[in-house]
Design a protein around this ligand. Sequence first.
Ligand SMILES: *Cc1c(COP(=O)(O)O)cnc(C)c1O
Length: 380
Amino acid sequence: MMQKKMNVPLFELKTQYAKIRDEVRKAVDEVLESQYFIGGPAVDGLEKAVAQYEGVGYGVGVSSGTDALISSLMALGIYRSPLDSNPPVEVIVPAYTFFATAGCVWRVGARPVFVDIDPVTFNIDASKIEEKITERTKAIIPVHLFGQCAEMEKVMEIANRHGLHVVEDCAQSIGASRNGSFAGSFGDCGALSFFPTKNLGGLGDGGMVISNHKHVADEVRRIRNHGMNPKYYHKSVGGNFRLDAIQAAALLVKIKHLDSWRDMRESNAKFYDSAFKGSDVITPTIIEGNKSVYNQYIVRVPKRDKVLAHLRELGVNCEIYYPVALHEQECFAPLGYAKGDFPESEKAAAESLALPIYPELSKEQLEYVANCVLKAVSEA
Ligand SMILES: *Cc1c(COP(=O)(O)O)cnc(C)c1O
């Protein structure tokens, strides 16, 4: 029997904030009293805490996940000067991910080269990377989408064989691991996002580049501050990609709770997994060796748009991550791709549906969402 109508948001932060309000306010207040807003002890502390959490040597706080990707590429020398008359270098990215992964490649003056995804994990299909490598290829950006690692051993083997850089897009996957190693620890570096809806979310925008390589971390440190080192000397152009102390202070409070929030997300995922067993709802597959952090819980359903509309009527707020594969984005039309080029990415864009998965969902809300999804799918 259906429960009484409820309203379930896709994401809700107020419940979580209420539990940590005093800690967060105290930490932010300390920054206000210090009037030390850029860099400083809070940023240094967060860099150490995140590096330790991710089991890597170095963390460099930056202004967003997007800027983490841009500064990573620039730090690895992937940046086209306005005076460069050579054809652009190429960077391999999955065709199905958040826009920023490919947008950043474009913004440093390189050409995004798309690769289709593995329909099981929604991550880059490593078996399709090699056919896209040319003499201009400089890097691969695998994305650990929705909280689950890409098959990094395969990506790294190809990258090493061809001498390519690897920047991991870990925006959705802080704390995710594959065969015991954390997202961001496989390649040259990893890009984290602290956007409020990510697993570790700040009070606004923020991000971090994590790395096991000191020279990469040092270069990102220089790039995030206009490419300056020593002071007022610029051997290459960077940007203002710095992290605010207020963000770092709040994130230092929140990172202490990250494991427990992850566990709550996993338990919500397990609830859905069993609720949808035997139905037409295709639940996420976490492949052997992976530990997901469930930034999103993505199902595939037939007649997705009808199901989505029905769910919204029932008060269940779902979303489509992502409705358009990147090779079909208007801004990338000059790259010359066509519909049909990446069938799995296009299929994912047509079938995927994100359900509420945030840690503080109540048992009643979870049951209501599951019942409504089953109802909407059966009536679609
Ligand atoms: C959120 C996200 C980004 C960008 O992070 P911002 O902090 O919003 O700039 C990049 N890649 C992926 C996969 C993301 O989900």
